[in-house]
Design a protein around this ligand. Structure first.
Ligand code: NAD
Ligand code: UDP
Ligand code: UDP
Length: 343
């Protein structure tokens, strides 16, 4: 039945109809698109640990095989090189749809490809979910709020987004992905979930992905000045990756569609972030100011009351605990790089 691509069933139990394992819970077959990326690979670890079968779909634009290679020997794990912009036929129970570059440097690199990934990629995964009756979870973003006029941001806020700016391929792409998700739900009865993820950091982020936490941590380890863009007074709220993974799984398994903000409400200016990096990673670290990028949101902080109440979820790892965990992974990889092994 695994290769029966014409298999079709009502959208309630997923396509594989697996025999229950253990007490009260059947083994799921789960697709994670973008599963060899930063967030995806941590999600895969947790799904595999739970006993599920996991299929990763990734085109390796920003993902790395190394992030999931520890599962290669596991018969419950499968890695498919595939671009979600193209259709695919699979039989699964759940689809975690993460495929999309998340760092502004990466998503601006080929903006048309970014919007195709967000729109055509999400359409294909929703078409797949519809055909096989799988539950579909979209990883949307706090960027749907744009440069927000409401602070902190609640899920009811419709956002303040530039439709023609350099970030639009991502922001508007994700907004369209949310629209598609709701339309497949309303029109075709697809079971959907929407997460709006706020800035997340942790081990396995690309060393040079241009995001602020990875930049500051790499720079501090390499004894280079931390590059603060603009006056450094803009704010972000930083979530450790294990908290996000818990939130995504609670959302997928729960009864509520969302959208749900998943983020850590602890808000920091970029100057404060640099200070925490200095305190937790290298007390001799220095900073250097650089010109800011266009359309940079001035502030961002999630209101997570909805996720607390309905998903019984809230983040547990504060910045000063999460940063050292990330730094030890970065140190190893930077060391390997210096020894000419690449990362
Ligand atoms: P990432 O860049 O590390 O991972 C994205 C993965 O998707 C990579 O493995 C990449 O190779 C893959 N991918 C990209 N385009 C693809 C395509 N067309 N077909 C197949 N695979 C493709 O990013 P991440 O931080 O792990 O983000 C994962 C998801 O979470 C993204 O959808 C992102 O928008 C969302 N998100 C992340 C954050 C964050 O702070 N990390 C914040 C908001 C939203
Ligand atoms: N799709 C896919 N895998 C499937 C089913 C659909 O990739 O198992 C793609 C399909 O090729 C289409 C998209 O999902 O591009 C939307 O599918 P849907 O059936 O909703 O729309 P239609 O094919 O009727 O346009
Ligand atoms: N930023 C910074 N130094 C860097 C990289 C980014 O000061 O080396 C700033 C950037 O201008 C923005 C904030 O950090 O205000 C967060 O940027 P990031 O690219 O991490 O995420 P996003 O803008 O998507 O929230």
């Amino acid at each position: 039945r695994d290769t029966n691509t014409h298999y079709s069933r009502p959208a309630t139990h997923g396509a594989t109809g697996r025999i229950p394992v253990g007490i009260g819970r059947k083994r799921m077959r789960v697709v994670v698109t973008g599963g060899s990326g930063f967030v995806g690979s941590h999600l895969v670890d947790k799904l595999i640990a739970r006993g599920d079968e996991v299929i990763v779909i990734d085109n390796f634009f920003t993902g790395r095989k190394e992030n999931v290679e520890h599962h290669f020997v596991n018969p419950r794990f499968e890695l498919i090189r595939h671009d979600v912009v193209e259709p695919i036929l699979l039989e699964v129970d759940q689809i975690y749809h993460l495929a999309c570059p998340a760092s502004p440097v990466h998503y601006k690199y080929n903006p048309v490809k970014t919007i195709k990934t967000n729109v055509m990629g999400t359409l294909n995964m929703l078409g797949l979910a519809k055909r096989i009756g799988a539950r579909f979870l979209l990883t949307s973003t706090s960027e749907v709020y744009g440069d927000p006029l409401e602070h902190p941001q609640k899920e009811t806020y419709w956002g303040h987004v530039n439709p023609i700016g350099v970030r639009s391929c991502y922001d508007e792409g994700k907004r369209t992905a949310e629209t598609l998700t709701m339309d497949y739900h309303r029109g075709d009865g697809v079971e959907v979930r929407i997460a709006r993820i706020f800035n997340t950091y942790g081990p396995r982020m690309c060393l040079d992905d241009g995001r602020v936490v990875s930049n500051f941590v790499s720079q501090a380890i390499r004894k280079q000045p931390m590059t603060v863009y603009g006056d450094g007074k803009q704010t972000r709220s930083f979530q450790y990756v294990s908290d996000l993974v818990d939130g995504l799984m609670a959302l997928m398994e729960g009864e509520h569609i969302g959208p749900f903000n998943l983020g850590n409400p602890g808000e920091f200016t970029m100057l404060e972030l640099a200070q925490v990096v200095k305190e937790t990673i290298d007390s001799s670290a220095t900073i250097e100011f650089r010109e800011n990028t266009a359309d940079d949101p001035q502030k961002r902080k999630p209101d997570i009351s909805k996720a607390k109440e309905l998903l019984n979820w809230e983040p547990k790892v504060p910045l000063h605990e999460g940063l050292p965990k990330m730094a030890s992974d970065f140190r190893n990889r930077i060391l390997n790089e210096d020894e000419g092994k690449g990362n």
